[in-house]
Write a protein that binds this ligand. Structure first.
Ligand code: MRU
Length: 345
């Protein structure tokens, strides 16, 4: 089954509602910047590259709406729509990368009519989506070479087709390894509190017939200590210029454990996720999400009412714990400022 996380249908965007997977598989429709910003904020769509693609469509849709509505101030209202999208989530830099790319494209089109600008912005969003899949396939090919036949691979959160326009980053590496004839098996941890591992990664691997075993987050140390994990591959939401990696909360814990047990720890990372404007991971904004996510799941609360709760949604793994970044330009081993700068030459 080919998973189309986002798809353009006639005159609007459709996105798989990831909040209800795997119980239900449903698309929701989006028609402007505000609805897409709400979709990003409420986790209908999530995962750094997918958020970026959704935001690009948000800009294009807003431009189309404004170009067709009399009495709107195209430039002012489009800027407001872009700002609304920028406020939707703070950590994944792909969101800001995509908005910058759309703004740059807009700046190149100023001599055209508003409708022509809007149509060109839509073409740019289509390009961003298509490029994302291509980049994931290229990363997948590089990453697949790192996995030995028979490898047992641990992953955290969901860095799959659902987190991108297709194929996935970390799960793209697994898909490409299987396509190249390797037999691998995946260990997906649950990824408390939002359960992207249990709900999304496990579902994706089942759809692909890639062997997958689900564990709770606190089991990975035991599996590593008893020789049942050969390699870790995860995705990322933002990599700082020195190679520090922000990813779903709990990634740091997995990286420390992998280091303790001499298990390679790879991060699949398109160039759009590297933020050279941020020197180290300390400066990466970490999203704090609703405490209800920790208090229970959906409507069921298992924690005492009134209890103090923290819910940071991401953590930072220092570059020294990263064996390599798998990018579309190849694998950057033991990333540092110099090596990351070279990627952009
Ligand atoms: O909160 P989420 O589900 O958006 O977090 C997603 C992750 O942390 C992924 O690992 C990351 O975005 C990489 S996706 C290719």
């Amino acid at each position: 089954m080919k998973i189309e996380t986002l798809r353009w249908v006639d005159d609007h965007l459709e996105m798989i509602d990831q909040r209800i997977l795997p119980a239900k598989f449903e698309y929701l429709s989006y028609i402007d910047a505000k609805s897409i910003a709400d979709g990003i904020q409420s986790m209908v769509v999530r995962g750094a590259p997918a958020i970026g693609v959704a935001a690009a469509y948000g800009v294009a849709l807003e431009a189309l709406v404004l170009a067709k509505s009399e009495g709107s101030n195209f430039a002012k209202d489009l800027s407001i729509g872009i700002e609304r999208l920028a406020q939707s989530r703070p950590t994944a830099v792909n969101l800001f990368w995509a908005l910058e790319r759309m703004k740059k494209r807009w700046a190149d089109l100023l001599s055209l009519s508003n409708l022509e600008i809007a149509n060109q912005l839509l073409n740019e969003a289509h390009r961003i989506l298509a490029e994302d899949i291509q980049i994931n396939r290229t990363m997948g090919a590089y990453g697949a070479k790192l996995l030995k036949d028979g490898a047992r691979v641990l992953t955290h959160c969901n860095a799959g087709a659902l987190a991108t326009a297709g194929h996935g980053t970390a799960l793209g590496v697994f898909r490409s390894a299987v396509e190249s004839g390797k037999k691998i098996s995946v260990i997906a941890d649950e990824t408390r509190p939002f359960l992207q591992g249990a709900r999304l990664t496990a579902w994706e691997m089942v759809q692909e017939n890639i062997p997958v075993t689900l564990i709770t987050d606190n089991m990975s140390g035991h599996l590593m200590a008893t020789g049942q994990i050969d390699v870790v591959v995860v995705g990322t939401d933002r990599v700082a210029a020195n190679g520090d990696v922000a990813n779903k909360i709990g990634t740091y814990m997995v990286a420390v454990l992998a280091h303790r047990h001499n298990i390679p720890f790879y991060v699949a990372c398109p160039l759009s996720t590297i933020d050279m404007s941020i020197a180290t991971g300390h400066d990466i904004p970490i999203e704090e999400r609703d405490i209800d996510e920790v208090k229970g799941f959906r409507d069921f609360h298992w924690a005492a009412e009134g209890i103090k709760i923290r819910n940071p949604a991401f953590d930072v793994t220092p570059a020294e714990l990263v064996t390599g970044l798998i990018t579309e330009r190849g694998v950057v081993r033991q990333p540092d400022l110099h090596k990351l700068k070279n990627l952009f030459l």
